[in-house]
Each structure stands twice: as structure tokens, then as C-alpha cells.
Design a protein around this ligand. Sequence first.
Ligand code: GZL
Length: 327
Amino acid sequence: MGKKFKSVIALIGILIATFPNIACSNNPTTQKDSGIVLGFSQIGSESAWRIGNTNDIEQQAEKYEIGLMLENANQKQENQIAAIRRFIAYKVDVIAFSPIVEEGWDNVLQEAKNAGIPVILVDRDISTEKEGLTACLIGADFYKEGVMAGEYLIRKADSLGLEQVNIVEITGTDNSTPMRQRQAGFADAIAKDERMHILESIDGDFLKSRGAECMRSLIEKYGDDIDVVYSHNDEMTLGALPEIEDAGFTPGKDIIIISIDGGQEAIDVLKNGKINCVVECTPKLGKEVMETAIKLKNGETVEPVIHPEEKVFSDEQDLSNLEPRGY
Ligand code: GZL
């Protein structure tokens, strides 16, 4: 085996060792070509929503013939920062990521800016004093989701003739955009309604297991004073429901259940009457991400914020003909 051939083999070995995810994802340089390589740092696999989002990003990258380097950060901000640095080293054309929390991105995004690589925020936002670190945000209007949840509760309280409504809130990942804005939108929507009282908000981190733990401790503390559970995502809601039943309460009847995401499992439970309202938060953002990546690669300007249309599913509607959710 010639010297040159040995050095090529050695280089490939170094590349795979440095970029482990390339070895297992579609190697972008061999994709049929839009000529674009997109580096995407995904938060993790914490919920059906997140898995649905990852699947959609991958499907749309295939459809738009964009070479995708997708790295899963397993819920750690430091893994997302490391992934973005790898994308910069690899000289991708565009970087996209869903920031697990809003703070702590200035340095790595400045590095991407210095490298001339545009960055798309997907799903969640960042908080920064610096201008121009990202090209745009593609994701839900979480504040509006919170408002829609609060507006449903007011209608529900009216229909039941409730004079006092005690609410416990299970929030998503602390300091994340959906947590902050779903909490603010809901609070603002019910603020003028004197019947509404939030007994406690507790961090469930968008996880099913934490949703169960939170519900258990809230029941121990407040028992049958709880009239409503407002949960920031379906995963935590699905974790909470068995705890409510184990305590002898009937979810959807003794306790009003309001959730967000709109995945198939939660919609099925809504149809069975154990959840009263699910605010939709679509994970299907891939089409907009790919179209935006192509525009950025071509030097076109893009909309600073792209919010998908979202609905509310509840016990006020006939859901029998609802299309399969796909996540
Ligand atoms: C919302 C997304 C949230 C989902 C959760 O767009 O950021 O993260 O609501 C997921 O299910 O964990």
C-alpha cells in the first residue's frame, strides 16, 4: 500500500474521529446536490415533539437535497456549543440550531459570524444584547400558545360556572423560550379574571418523568384544592395523568387538564376525555428551515421571524375527523 494511500486513510480516520456524527449521518459531501451543507444542532430527544422535529428536518433536507450534519446535544448546552464549533471548522454553508436555553450563546455565535456563516434559530430563541448574531427565527409563537391556553380556561370556567379556579403549572425547561413565553402568555390571559389563582409553578423540564414527580408533589401539597393543571408540554402531561388517577381523581373531570404540543398520544387522550385542551405547537419546521438556508446561501434577505399557524384542540370540538398528527 503506497505512502499517499496510507496518508489518505489516516486523514479519513482523523475526520471521523473529529466529527463522529458525520460517520453515522448522511455524509453531506456525497448528497445529491443543492450544493449546500447545513449544520444542525438539535437539543435532544426529550419528547415526541422533539423527535418529530428531528424527523421533519431530516426528511426536508432530503427533499431539498441539502447535505445535513445533524448533531444531538442530549439536553446539554455545552454539546450544542461544541457542535456549532465543529460546523464552523467544517465550513458548512449555514448553521441552524434550537437553543436549549436563551442565554450563553454570544461567543460561539460571534465565531460563526466571524467565519461568515449565517445562523438560523429553529424552534426556540436566544437572549442577547448583541446585534446581528443570527439571521432569523423559525418557530412557534409561544406567548400566543399561553394566551390560547388561558383563554380556553376562562371559557371552561364560564361553562362550568366556577367561582374560584385554583391552578398548578408544570413548566418546561427553565430559561427556555417556550417556558418563559407560555408562562407569560397564560398569566396575562387570566390576569383580569379574579376567579383564577395560580397556586404554584414547578419546573418539569419538558420530561415525562419530571411531569410525574411534579404532579405527585403538587397533589401531596394541595390535594383536592387543585382545579386545573396547566402543563407546558404533552410529555409532562402524560407523566402527570397516572399520578392524578392514583390519587383518586379523574383527570378531565375532577381536574381540568391543559397541555401544549398536540402530538398523537395527547390528542388520543383528549378524545378519551382525560385531557380537556391541547394547544398545537407544530414540530414541522423543516420546510421553512431548508427554504431559508437556500435563500441565505444565495445571499437573499429573509424574514426575521417566521411563526407557523397553530390551532387549539379541546373538548369544545368534535375531534372525530382529526387528521393523524404525524408526531
Ligand atoms: C416547543 C419546543 C418544546 C416542546 C417540548 O417548540 O421547544 O420542547 O413543547 C420540547 O415538547 O421538549
